[in-house]
Design a protein around this ligand. Sequence first.
Ligand code: URA
Length: 276
Amino acid sequence: MTTLSADLHPYDILRWYLEAGVDETMGEEPVDRYAATRRAAESRAAAPPPQPQQRHAPQPEPVRTAPAAVSNSPLPGTAAHLAAECRDLQALRHAMEGFEGLPLKQAASSTVFGDGNPQAAVMCIGEAPGQEEDRRGLPFVGASGKLLDRMLASIGLDRTTCYITNVVPWRPPANRKPTPDEVAVCMPFLTRHIELVDPQVLILLGGASASAVLAKADGINRLRGRWFEFNSPGLPRPVPALATFHPAYLLRTPEAKRDAWRDLLMIRRRMDAARH
Ligand code: URA
């Protein structure tokens, strides 16, 4: 058997490939992703440009640019207003924990803010917390989190070399998908989160994350495996972003792991190229 990566034992790959089993229910209601994308773009446009941070050399491929900030200031108490005032992650966490603008939050036990190393070059973004994440207050700690950890390990990453968060920080009841409106409300928080972490690469886990962050209406099958850019006025330069399948989907659809593996290798190659 050949070795696929210097850091990876073939047994790990086999174990990941062989893993199967449904651990989460799927939403039964149709979701209008076009509306989500439209609203997400509108929310971003309403946020005033925060102070840019200095780090990392630029290395973009221009594909996507967030809309320029408009002159209207966001209303006090909105996510856009609160997020724009945050100068660090602690302030952002505090603002999100105190946010009262989304009923989802009242139903959730925790605000699942983030996990891993906020100084890391790689930032992973999922959809929303599940039951275990809500209970523990950390993203990706349930069954799909275990698979995510193995996916990251397959390209030499872990939670000390990655930062992990979600588009929506509050668990939707019964693990349903967040609605387009819920995503739109949370987008200013996520945008500020990305600005404050200022990663070199974004990994977008699943269609909800990809379409929200890239402001694109296409499904995950069209978005995955291609480099895009996330841009925002609060970033010193655009951040390369690659979408792949959500680990929960991979648990239900093991045959898709082959494509996810290709996506992971694209990320590894990009990181290796950035080092040389
Ligand atoms: N699925 C997600 O998208 N995020 C989590 O944190 C857990 C499961």
